[in-house]
Design a protein around this ligand. Structure first.
Ligand SMILES: [Zn+2]
Length: 250
């Protein structure tokens, strides 16, 4: 119940931001997130908040996944500017969206719900790993930053949720852009693993993966496989957005 309220509040907060800068959605001067883009994202955000989504075609064993919004023009521009355009201030726009998807997963996934209800947490919130090349280029890992902000936004205790950057890419992978769903899956096959220092603590733990966009599902599939191989007891996922062509409601 409280989680639903948090999800609703987060959508409101997204619309209220107004700081002196340029818009992360369209580049117009005046605000981090202009009224037109807020309006577009507001319309784009699924009615009633985040919802369960799955890619089409849906890979067998795809983890139950919740997204805050379809991947519209404003969401795309904000995510690109946040990750690669030196607009880390857009975390204030994106974190409330992601927190809505996390809240929906915690409320909608029976396993996560049971863990929280029985005080058997914490659930480990695991950002999908960036490649070492991307971390060097950007100087940091924006998805981890966004995940931490979204979890803070929810205001749950560390007995309930902790951010666990437990995965790493252990070999080079190509940029996923421009690859079809078969190529993406091949590109990522067995590319991830639980980092050595997380191996003991991930065992038997309930996990919630986080990524920015659900497209073909290849990234979440590989991350879920790696967590499963590392002994996680359950894997669900939350994303900021889901592509409309492939990420249809489950
Ligand atoms: Zn704008």
């Amino acid at each position: 119940m409280a989680l639903i309220a948090v999800a609703r509040r987060s959508l409101g907060a997204t619309l209220e931001l107004a700081l002196p800068t340029t818009c992360g959605g369209c580049g117009s001067a005046g605000a981090t997130w202009c009224l037109a883009c807020a309006d577009e994202a507001g319309h784009a955000t699924y009615p009633g908040g985040a919802r369960q989504v799955r890619p089409t075609p849906c890979p067998q064993g795809f983890p139950p996944t919740w997204a805050a919004s379809p991947y519209g023009a404003a969401a795309r521009a904000a995510l690109v500017a946040f990750k690669d355009g030196d607009r880390r201030d857009l975390v204030d726009v994106l974190a409330p969206m992601l927190s809505g998807a996390i809240a929906a997963a915690l409320a909608g996934d029976p396993h996560l719900r049971a863990v929280l209800a029985s005080d058997n947490g914490p659930v480990f919130v695991v950002p999908v790993p960036s490649s070492p090349v991307a971390v060097r280029r950007r100087g940091d890992a924006p998805l981890e930053l966004l995940t931490r902000a979204a979890v803070r936004w929810l205001g749950l205790s560390e007995r309930e949720l902790v951010v666990a950057p437990a995965l790493r890419l252990h070999r080079r992978v190509a940029d996923q852009a421009g690859l079809d769903h078969v190529q993406r899956a091949d590109n990522l096959e067995r590319a991830m693993q639980v980092q050595p220092r997380w191996r003991a603590s991930i065992h038997g733990v309930t996990t919630l993966l986080v990524d920015d966009v659900l497209t073909t599902g290849a990234t979440l599939m590989e991350a879920a496989r790696a967590l499963d191989a590392g002994g996680a007891s359950h894997v669900a996922a939350a994303t900021v957005a889901a592509t409309q062509r492939r990420g249809i409601p489950a």
